[in-house]
Design a protein around this ligand. Structure first.
Ligand SMILES: Cc1ncc(COP(=O)(O)O)c(C=O)c1O
Length: 395
């Protein structure tokens, strides 16, 4: 609330954003209000004319939501931000606020299913064409560019098998073409990877994941330059309404105080589970960007501080074995969410990526035996024992 710009990031995560009310509360106040009153009609007029700063209606802005946005800006190193109701609202608002009929998007094909729907199905309905590329192949990005390409979009590490895309190199390709690069940074979190510092123009989060981190609230956030946020995104959100609810913003704001601590602990557990899976006879293949066995380990080391809490792996024995393992685990819960304090496991082929054709699944290395784990904050010995007993059941 009284954060100084010279303070280290963790100190700012505890204090940044908002202002104390006259009651002098320690924890940030929750302004659960849809509207705001004006002292007089002249003040209302001045606010609507944008001659005076101040809140008007929570669809446009709210003090608790703004406090969350300010804390996120400090974490990401962004000039401005807007929070949204969900991560998908952030993705859709980001696209719709800056594109128009006739424009073209180039996107990495390894995208979360709903993001793929937005670029592949929704945007073309409004006259915005899209080309999907293998995001690891820099020549493919260049070859897909058209004179009307305005936006490049990627997710790294990707969902579910944790492909790594070179953010700096793709940002250069975008900028040489006069286009912008948007990065969905959900898997890495702002603690492990900072897309804006690597050259991206806009970073997007599903705050539902590690930012909340305890599986309570949906939320999203878009971060970028003051110019883009103020002149393009803010008005889109104001007019169309994908705004974050103040209660959710309050939960997310408080969760940012512990995000860095939680992410480090998540990574500690994920590294131990990766080592155990790599050595197990019933595992065919493990994908973890923080381990030297990952095909893009060097690139991951260059742009990520640690490997994240997501691990994908193929069990021997296909779908039957994958289901058997998921069903046998006691601590790891079957859920398609991620970034939770609880360890969650999902079978991408039949859940998050079930809508993809078999050929598209194969392109993304999703096999019938692939499982994705979001490693939680449980005791690592318990977690390893749980996977050991589950894998033992596969014979
Ligand atoms: C990479 C990625 N982007 C975006 C989203 C969408 O977020 P939300 O569920 O908050 O809309 C998700 C997860 O659902 C995701 O995993």
């Amino acid at each position: 609330m009284t954060a100084k710009k010279t303070w280290q990031t963790q100190t700012r995560m505890v204090h940044e954003g908002g202002a104390r009310s006259p009651f002098g509360e320690t924890a940030e106040a929750l302004y659960l209000t849809s509207g705001f009153v004006y002292e007089n009609a002249e003040q209302a007029e001045a606010r609507f004319k944008e001659e005076e700063d101040g809140f008007m209606y929570s669809r446009f802005g709210n003090p608790t939501v703004r406090a969350f946005e300010e804390r996120m800006m400090a974490l990401e190193g962004a000039e401005d931000a807007r929070a949204t109701a969900t991560g998908m609202a952030a993705v859709t608002a980001c696209m719709m606020s800056q594109l128009e009929a006739g424009d073209h998007i180039v996107a990495a094909r390894a995208l979360f299913g709903s993001c793929r729907y937005v670029v592949e199905t929704l945007m073309p309905r409004f006259g915005v064409a899209c080309t999907l590329v293998d995001g690891r192949d820099l020549d493919a990005w260049k070859a897909a560019l058209r004179p009307e390409t305005k936006l490049l979009f990627l997710e790294t590490p990707s969902n579910p098998v944790l492909e790594i895309i070179d953010i700096q190199a793709v940002a250069d390709i975008a900028h040489n073409h006069g286009a912008r690069l948007v990065v969905d940074n959900v898997f890495a979190t702002p603690v492990l990877q900072k897309p804006l510092a690597l050259g991206a123009d806009i970073t997007i989060y599903s705050a539902t994941k590690h930012i909340d981190g305890q599986g309570r609230c949906l939320g999203g956030v878009v971060l970028g330059s003051a110019d883009y946020i103020k002149n393009e995104l803010a008005n889109f959100i104001r007019q169309t309404g994908p705004s974050m609810a103040p209660f959710n913003a309050w939960v997310m704001l408080k969760a940012l105080e512990t995000l860095a601590l939680r992410v480090e602990a998540h990574c500690d557990n994920a590294e131990k589970l990766t080592a155990m899976l790599l050595a197990h006879k019933n595992i065919e293949r493990v994908y973890y960007p923080g381990d030297a066995s990952h095909p893009q380990f060097d690139l991951a080391q260059k742009q990520m501080r640690r490997g994240s809490n997501l691990i994908a792996f193929d069990v021997k024995g296909g779908k039957q074995a994958a289901f058997k393992l998921a069903n046998a685990l006691d601590i790891a819960l079957i859920s398609n969410n991620l970034g939770d304090a609880k360890t969650l496991i999902t079978h991408p082929s039949t859940t998050t990526h079930s809508k993809l054709a078999d050929a598209a699944k194969a392109e993304l290395s999703i096999t019938p035996g692939t499982l994705r784990v979001s490693v939680g904050l449980e005791d690592s010995d318990d977690l390893l024992k749980d996977f050991e007993q589950g894998l033992a059941k596969l014979g």
